[in-house]
Design a protein around this ligand. Structure first.
Ligand SMILES: Cc1cc2nc3c(=O)[nH]c(=O)nc-3n(C[C@H](O)[C@H](O)[C@H](O)COP(=O)(O)OP(=O)(O)OC[C@H]3O[C@@H](n4cnc5c(N)ncnc54)[C@H](O)[C@@H]3O)c2cc1C
Length: 385
């Protein structure tokens, strides 16, 4: 059933806006509101910004839009003075260990650091928010908001997990990906290196129960194929949540970022959606346009295309990934080819009902043993609770 569009409670002059969550979504909203002269209070449950990421390297994707993500951030008035590396070329392997070199003049993504460290994306946004007069209160987990506010508290459940290590390294900067279900079921394994720091992860969409097995295989594969060298490796992992909501307003408050389920369902890139939805929510509180209208116009079609892509990818298997990689590597402009994947063309539109059904069944991970489930990520534990 189609849900009725809900109105966002707008902010009146002199009123305070409360934002729960100091991730990229919450901080982007705070920055825009503060710049418009609004009094903003951000409550963060953890003791520091980006706590769940701690030095993790991530990719700020640049393929879902023709506009460069850094130009877009600049236009929105968001800080871009964090450490970054333009990911213009890298190597992707298939399950037979065949390497495909992919390159593009425009970066596929910008590698950035997450967490509370100096030069991270989170620190840059936090710093900017504070300079604009936003009050950020750490160790403050909100259970309710009074007055106008925004919910930006990150994922609600695990639809995908990325597990592995971050580490120091002498390796040269670069990125490597392996598409092999033996390493990352229905997902991909990746290795990112920037400025002497690295991240190696298995990003899996099913069979979470055997995460450790996949991590071991992933590390061994990158040692062999990319010369992975880890100094002082620290285990790290996290969950991602994908939902395609019909409305993203709860009560009269916008849900933004992963709290709304905004993320690329195909591969789990959420930072761009988080910042964009933060900006849209702030604009709606300022009375410019309705929030649901804004985000739907910007990325509803794209997210539906991502959902279809995910359902297809999950069915493809290793041979299918190999075929896609060959096509991508042969393409004259792989970035543009990726961009086309996110367009909701005729046949993708037709596949939406099928993809929705497929994704719903996947959200109940049947590979998990529900009787003696002890895994951290499992959704059945959540249901029992
Ligand atoms: C291992 C891993 C790798 C990833 N790699 C990439 C990548 O390469 N590229 C990409 O684009 N995306 C990536 N993602 C996804 C991306 O990190 C998220 O989509 C993005 O951080 C979402 O931003 P957010 O602001 O919505 O939520 P978050 O960044 O999760 O921030 C939410 C904040 O709210 C706080 N909070 C929670 N509950 C409360 C409460 N009740 N009160 C107050 N505060 C609260 C949390 O502590 C947290 O700081 C990755 C995710 C994981 C787990």
């Amino acid at each position: 059933m189609r849900q009725k569009q809900q109105q966002v409670r707008q902010v009146k002059p002199g009123e305070k806006v409360t934002i729960a969550g100091a991730g990229p979504a919450g901080l982007s909203a705070a920055i825009l509101l503060a710049r418009a002269g609004v009094r903003v209070e951000v409550h963060e449950a953890k003791k520091e910004v980006g706590f769940r990421f701690q030095q993790d390297l991530q990719g700020l994707e640049n393929w879902t839009s023709r506009e460069d993500i850094l130009d877009w951030m600049h236009e929105q008035g968001l800080a871009t003075d964090f450490n970054k590396l333009a990911g213009c070329e890298g190597t992707v392997f298939d399950y037979r260990e065949q390497a495909y070199h992919v390159s593009s003049q425009r970066p596929f993504f910008y590698m950035v650091e997450r967490g509370p460290g100096e030069g991270s994306l989170d620190t840059a946004l936090l710093q900017q928010a504070i300079e604009l007069g936003v009050e950020v209160i750490f160790n403050s987990r909100l259970s309710q908001i009074d007055g106008p506010g925004i919910l930006a508290i990150g994922p609600r459940a695990a639809d995908a997990i990325a597990v592995g290590y971050h580490f120091k390294t002498d390796m040269a900067d670069g990125f490597w990906v392996i598409c092999d279900n033996q390493l990352a079921p229905e997902g991909y394994a990746y290795l990112l290196v920037m400025n002497g720091k690295g991240t190696v992860k298995s990003c899996m969409f099913t069979d979470f129960k055997h995460e450790q097995r996949y991590v071991e295989r992933t590390v061994a594969a990158f040692e062999k194929l990319a010369g992975l060298q880890m100094i002082e490796p620290v285990p790290h992992g996290g969950a991602g949540n994908f939902v395609l909501p019909s409305v993203a307003v709860h009560g009269s408050r916008p849900l933004i970022g992963e709290q709304a389920g905004f993320q690329d369902t195909l591969w789990g890139f959420g930072m761009r959606y988080a910042m964009a939805s933060g900006i849209f929510a702030a604009r709606s509180l300022l009375g410019e346009v309705e929030y649901d209208e804004l985000w739907k116009k910007a990325f509803h079609d794209q997210m539906q295309a991502g959902l279809v892509n995910r359902a297809l990818y999950a069915r493809m298997g290793n041979r299918g990934y190999r075929w896609v990689l060959k096509k991508l590597a042969q393409s004259q402009d792989p970035l543009q080819a990726l961009q086309r994947h996110y367009q909701l063309n005729g046949w993708r539109r037709l596949l939406i009902p099928w993809a929705r059904r497929h994704f719903q069944t996947k959200r109940r991970d049947r590979s998990c043993n529900h009787v003696d489930c002890g895994c951290v990520w499992c959704r059945c534990g959540e249901t029992e609770a």
